[in-house]
Structures are given as structure tokens and as C-alpha cells.
Design a protein around this ligand. Structure first.
Ligand code: ZN
Length: 344
């Protein structure tokens, strides 16, 4: 009894969507039985998550930074941008934080709502792809947190499937970045032996992770086998979701006693994969075979199935869980009220 009473009540966060650029996805690269030439203009969403401490102080965390405003990518990345055009970059993550999302209630503010140069404490990047890393230099005081292996991936790539020319070695500030602990896996994931290695925190680090980070560990949460309690109060879980690319993570945010939002990043790029109307798209890999948009298609399929099972069972237990994909134009259109300074 004493144990139950001394356990602190669960914490909650608020969550707002941020416009952070748009790109166009060739449909056949994402779903099966697609029109071979059709492209869909989609957002690359960022999210602002605000966490209040018992002392009343508010911590601001941003999940994903979207597309780079100036498209200042490596030459190899630039050469591939045509695949994703049309691209829209005029409203990026930093601008959305500063002025609010233009069409949201209270958006297009003339004043500064949040100053990216000093008001953002943490930035979690879901994975190393160009349309999620945005412009980290806009956030000179934030601590970055990424999945294990992400820093090595930026530095060295990961074998023939992920040449280093498609990554910027200095994408993230090494001294202000912390990697989540490695996940112990069974079986082979991706193109081992090229899988990137974990980077421990350097001794001269300037990163300021939450105090609880010293005891961060992957534990089951419902049907999710590997979830990490970011603030240590059950308000925000980082969820290991292997398959798309090394280090890919999702977030589960707790907004109320039984109210959650699941940010699925690139677990899938089309809501019809969640409803079961479509399967993961396969296309020519340029070497006589087929590939998908994921590093390890089977692993990505398992991550998506686990997510569907989690949603089903967590809802059956009486919880409300809203699922938001990084690139869902329908969600963005229907949820203007949830865009900063509005909230979900
Ligand atoms: Zn991606």
C-alpha cells in the first residue's frame, strides 16, 4: 500500500503540430498497385511537445525538423531532390515555432511565440532521412536525442545501400547530441555487417538530457516491446520502431489520464497501410531486384503490425489513441486547430 501511495502521479504533455515543409511522394514507392506516375504533395510534419514539471517550469521538445528551408543538402542528396519535387520550404519548423502555423487559430503572429534560438530544450529526430533532419543550426541551445546508431550513420553511412555521400557528417552537433541506448535484438536487422554503431556520450559533452536519462532503459509498454520513458513520469515514451532506417523511433505522448497521441514518423507513409487497404510498395532497386522505401522491409512490416496491435488493444482497454503519420496530408487538412499555437 505504501508503495502505491508513494508512486508519483503520471505526467502529461501537450502536443501541437508544426508545418516544416512539403514534399511530393511518388505513390508507387510507398503502396502496392499504385499509379506509376502519380505524386502526392504531403507535409513533413514537426511537433511541439510541452512538458510541465511539478515546480511549474515548462520544457519544450520538438519532434523532427522537416525539410531544410534553403535545401542546403549534400551534392548527392541535391541530385536526388527531383524525385521529391514539387518541394515547398517557405514555412519551416523554426518559422512555425516563432510565428505559429499560418492557417491555425492564433497563427501568423507578428510577435514571437517561441524563439528557436533559446526556447527549445530538446529535439528528438525520428531518423536520419533528409526530410526529417531540417535545419539543426536554427536551435543552438537545444539538446538533440536520436536513436542508437544515427550519429555513426551521418558520419559513415551504412554500406552500399547507404553510402556516406547521402548524409552530412555534421548534420547534428556532436557535443549536444545524445543517442538512446542500443536495443538488444534477435536475428539480423538490415544490411549487417554495415549496421551503424552506437555512439556513447563523449566526456566533454554539452548535452543536457533529462536527469532521468542516467537510467533510461527499453521496457515493454502494452504491445510495444521497447519503449523508453523520456521524462521518467510516463508522459512521453520513445518507441523503438526498426525497419525504415537504423535508429528510427516513434513517440507516444500522454495528453490525459486515458488520452494518447502516437507519432508514427515513417513507420508508413500512407494511412491506407494502417487500415489494411494497401500493402508496402515494392519497386525496381536498379540491380534487377525489388526494394521498398525501408531498409529492411520485413522488419518494417513487423513494426507496423506491432503498432496496429498496440492501437487495437490499447483502445480496447479504454484509452483514446490518435495516430499521426509524418506525411499525412489528410490529417494536416482536418486538424488545423491542432497546429501551433493550437494543440491536439
Ligand atoms: Zn524516412
Amino acid at each position: 500500500m505504501a508503495t502505491a501511495l508513494s508512486k508519483p502521479p503520471p505526467g502529461f504533455v501537450t502536443l501541437s503540430a508544426l508545418d516544416a515543409g512539403h514534399l511530393s511522394l511518388p505513390e508507387h514507392m510507398f503502396v502496392n498497385d499504385a499509379d506509376p506516375v502519380k505524386k502526392n504533395l504531403v507535409p513533413s510534419l514537426s511537433f511541439l511537445i510541452r512538458h510541465a514539471s511539478p515546480d511549474g517550469s515548462v520544457t519544450n521538445l520538438v519532434f523532427d525538423l522537416g525539410v531544410k528551408r534553403d535545401l542546403n543538402y549534400t551534392p548527392a542528396q541535391q541530385n536526388e531532390l527531383d524525385i521529391w519535387r514539387p518541394l515547398i520550404t517557405e514555412t519551416d519548423c523554426a518559422k512555425s515555432l516563432r510565428n505559429g502555423v499560418a492557417d491555425a487559430p492564433g497563427g501568423a503572429s507578428n510577435g514571437v511565440l517561441l524563439d528557436p534560438t533559446k526556447d527549445i530544450d530538446y529535439i528528438i529526430i525520428s531518423h536520419a532521412h533528409w526530410d526529417h533532419t531540417g535545419t539543426p543550426s536554427d536551435f543552438p541551445t537545444a539538446t538533440f536525442a536520436v536513436g542508437s546508431g544515427t550519429l555513426d550513420l551521418f558520419q559513415n553511412g551504412a554500406g552500399p545501400a547507404y553510402p556516406s555521400i547521402f548524409f552530412n557528417k555534421d548534420e547534428l552537433p556532436a557535443l549536444r547530441t545524445v543517442e538512446f541506448p542500443p536495443v538488444v535484438r534477435t536475428g539480423v536487422y538490415g544490411n549487417e555487417p554495415f549496421a551503424p554503431k552506437h555512439t556513447p556520450l563523449p566526456s566533454n559533452t554539452q548535452a543536457k538530457p533529462p536527469a532521468v536519462a542516467a537510467s533510461w532503459a527499453w521496457k515493454p509498454f502494452g504491445d510495444l516491446p521497447n519503449a523508453l520513458d523520456f521524462f521518467g513520469d510516463g508522459s512521453l515514451y520513445v518507441v523503438d520502431t526498426p525497419g525504415h532506417i537504423y535508429g528510427h523511433v516513434n513517440l507516444l505522448a500522454r495528453l490525459g489520464e486515458r488520452r494518447y497521441v502516437y507519432l508514427a514518423a515513417d513507420c508508413c507513409h500512407d494511412r491506407r497501410l494502417v487500415t489494411g487497404e494497401k500493402e508496402i510498395g515494392l519497386y525496381d532497386d536498379g540491380h534487377g531486384g525489388l526494394r521498398s522505401i525501408h531498409t529492411d522491409t520485413e522488419e518494417a512490416r513487423r513494426s507496423l503490425e506491432r503498432l496496429k496491435t498496440f492501437l487495437k488493444n490499447h483502445r480496447a482497454e479504454g484509452n483514446e489513441v490518435e495516430l499521426i503519420l509524418a506525411h499525412d496530408p489528410v490529417w494536416r487538412k482536418e486538424n488545423v486547430h491542432a497546429c501551433w499555437p493550437g494543440k491536439v
